[in-house]
Ligand binder design. Sequence first.
Ligand code: RIB
Length: 302
Amino acid sequence: MQANVVVVGSLNMDLVARAQRLPRGGETLVGETFVTVPGGKGANQAVAAARLGAQVAMVGCVGDDAYGQQLRQALAAEQIDCQAVSIAAGVSSGVALIVVDAASQNAIVIIAGGNGQLLPESVQRFDALLQQADVIICQLEVPMATVAYTLERGRALGKTVILNPAPASGPLPAEWFANIDYLIPNESEAEALSGLPVNDLESAKAAATRLLAMGVGKVIVTLGAQGALFADAQAFRHFPAPVVKPVDTTAAGDTFVGGFAAALARGEEEGAAIAFGQRAAALSVTRAGAQPSIPHLAELQP
Ligand code: RIB
């Protein structure tokens, strides 16, 4: 089966504790529940695109441990092509330590493990997958050189290239921007990338304007309950968020990116693709966990 969406990115096992609130530095808190669920921004976006209608291939790397096997199996169970998910000897798989509080906010620490072994050569080896794709998606949980290579190769092949710059702690290399069709940061990532504070629609417009000036084609700033801001050289468009009662926001952004990519890949116009991604993300926040929370296409059809 030919993949029309290819995700180059991370796979993590998420170790998720729920507690009334997030702990302060130096504090020990008594939590309520603990679960282990497949996650990682790359894998979550791959699962979202697959459940929401795309044929998906994943390019990634896990460690040679039990988590690595479970992470690959989780993708294979979604009919995601895993031929390019390699197993690195002598390293652990990526893990994410996540605490979710009673208000459904989370705090996450990630350990790269196998994700750190995903090199540009690992992507090069599976160039045939990139050649077949319509849409290529990257995030920032794998080495920067690998992201840079993928963006450049995607642009050279004339594909639609999406970068979800997560997690971001500072500006991106300037030469990346011309290779990105859609840059999809959340508020804090838009702030880190643009150097401007982002906390509402107006400040998101200022940050998006600066990012466009840096050379990126189109920007979509996801603003949680405040919706999403689309910006290109012509205009801004605000997409209000569906109103839901949140249970766990983990992977909401990933669900948006995967849903948006799946809709683009089947030829939907970008405004419709954004609204589709938002509906999927809204449903995901009403459920716990990363991959378990991601909806299927049938749940979104009227
Ligand atoms: O975006 C959510 C994801 O971030 C989690 O699944 C976790 O693995 C971290 O990568």
